[in-house]
Design a binder for this molecule. Structure first.
Ligand code: ADP
Ligand code: PHD
Length: 472
């Protein structure tokens, strides 16, 4: 089989884990599979890179850059020691790492002197997590006697828009990747940095936080892979985040549409865009546990292979805010909503969900907490108390979503959702249901969020894994 295997930051958290990953790869390679590996940064490294980029621009202290350089070098050198036995391979990898760390140091010192951090520089700095991980993963594979080459996303052919921090692949990516990687697949395990690509001028871009899943899917579609495997620290896509409800169970099979709804509604087990490229080529996506490789995990497949289970999972989006706008003149004033959306789009604000009262005199929507200032400024500038008289925001909220393809056309699901929440004395602040009827989502107070997820997990008996399997 031709396979893409993506390993997340927890899976390549340190040298011992990378050694384990290399052994897994050896096993699948020896079974006759052609493998492209997509690696994330070692766990926590992207966060540290971003923190230090911000520190450099605000404090401007070169001594802090030097301290960070030592921290990064120590972490990655230790990983090489633990992951790679062959001394020649280790020497080669250490040389590559040191060169890259020096480049990074220069860039951070530049930011110290300039005192400013552009979106383009943020992408450049944060790309180093994956650019330091890939040589180690590829070296660990070579150390086991298997030829391996490492590529950055751009070198592999991922060409993107210039939307730094949220770049999308251009259509030419699919042909380019196939040309560049296709011919080497037979003889090598290819290791590609997740999360990053480059624009048409060769400038590094990133696909958004947790974007390595998306990279894997792009490469899978380009190479027309038989399967895309996403290796994680959990046993697949589960009925809810096991960190919130420990009784959560693995969902053995789920449709592309359901997996997309879940990821859009906060199940950070998948990057929200992951499914699109796989779906365009009908490639099955498997989510597996790196630390329990025999466990089958979850298979994400096209709808036609999928039985309909009313509710499959419950998810939670944190770090959001609710914005309310109100004004008696809003009722019947044509174009108010268009002005609102245009103003928000110009300010770069993404809307998570929307609800409009039937009186038309108020409208509520949910956005990411980090966009609140820009949204409020944009709305005040656009309306200036004309038509819209009141604009308020509330940051202490979360969005909960109940997802399942079988909800479409099954009466009574909403009654059960809101009945169960009522019995648990959980107040609903806002409700939204997409016309796809694949999910019902609603806003609750942050303090009620975990209880809401647990209540619904119990109501639909999602802790009872057998029940899901029986209905498949
Ligand atoms: N429905 C869900 N199923 C599985 N994991 C979930 C779900 N919702 C949230 N999560 C969280 O997503 C994380 C995914 O695993 P992780 O190894 O961190 O992925 P990656 O490193 O690829 O980003 C887990 O830590 C888990 O707590
Ligand atoms: N390293 C990047 C990209 C990524 O996909 O990471 P992970 O697979 O660990 O979510 C991030 O932290 O956002």
């Amino acid at each position: 089989m031709k396979m893409i295997m993506k390993f997340g930051g927890t899976s390549v958290g340190d040298g011992k884990k990378i050694r384990h990953v290399a052994q897994l790869l050896k096993r699948y390679h020896e079974e006759g599979n052609q493998i492209v590996v997509v690696t994330s940064a070692l766990g926590g490294v992207t966060d540290r890179l971003l923190e230090n980029a911000h520190l450099a621009s605000t404090k401007g202290k070169v001594s802090l850059v030097k301290e960070f350089k030592t921290e990064l070098a120590n972490k990655h050198h230790e990983a090489v020691r633990d992951a790679i036995d062959d001394p020649n391979v280790a020497k080669d990898v250490l040389q590559t790492l040191d060169l890259r760390i020096e480049e990074l140091e220069k860039a951070l010192i530049g930011i110290c002197y300039l005192g400013e951090l552009t979106c383009r520089s943020i992408d450049y700095i944060s790309s180093y997590g994956e650019r330091l991980a890939a040589p180690i993963v590829s070296g660990a594979v070579r150390s086991l006697g298997i030829p391996s080459i490492e590529y950055t996303g751009g070198e592999a052919g991922i060409v993107t828009t210039s939307d730094y921090g949220n770049a999308r692949p251009l259509e030419k990516t699919y042909e380019l990747v196939s040309k560049r990687l296709g011919c080497r697949l037979e003889s090598h395990i290819l290791v590609v940095t997740g999360f990053i690509g480059e624009n048409e001028d060769g400038i590094i871009t990133t696909l958004g936080r947790s974007g390595s899943d998306f990279s894997a899917s792009i490469l899978g579609a380009a190479l027309k892979a038989d399967e895309i495997w996403l290796w994680k620290e959990v046993n697949g896509i589960m009925t809810t985040d096991p960190k919130i409800v420990p009784e959560a169970k693995t969902i053995p099979q789920i449709s592309y549409a359901e997996a997309m709804e879940l990821s859009y509604f906060g199940a950070n087990v998948l990057h929200p865009r992951t499914i699109e490229p796989a779906m365009r080529e009908h490639i099955p996506v498997r989510v597996k546990n790196t630390f329990d490789p025999e466990f089958p995990g979850t298979l994400v497949v096209s709808e036609k292979f999928q039985c309909k289970h009313v509710v499959k999972a419950v998810s939670l989006i944190k770090n959001v805010a609710l914005i309310n706008i109100a004004g008696a003149e809003m009722a019947g004033t044509v174009g108010t909503v268009a002005r609102l959306f245009t103003a928000l789009a110009k300010a770069g604000v993404n809307i998570v969900m929307i609800s409009q009262g039937s009186s038309e005199s108020n409208l509520s929507f949910v956005i990411s907490e980090s966009h609140v200032e820009s949204a409020l400024n944009a709305l005040h500038a656009e309306f200036n108390r004309e038509i819209v008289k009141e604009i308020t925001s509330d940051r202490n909220v979360c969005v909960v979503a109940v997802v399942g393809a079988g909800m479409a056309g099954t009466p009574g699901v909403a009654k059960r959702v809101f009945g169960a929440l009522g019995n648990s004395m959980i107040n609903i602040i806002m409700i939204s249901q997409g016309s796809s009827q694949y999910n019902i989502s609603f806003v609750v107070r942050e303090d009620d969020a975990f209880a809401a997820v647990k209540t619904l997990h119990d109501e639909f008996e999602l802790y009872n894994g057998n029940r899901i399997e029986k209905q498949l």
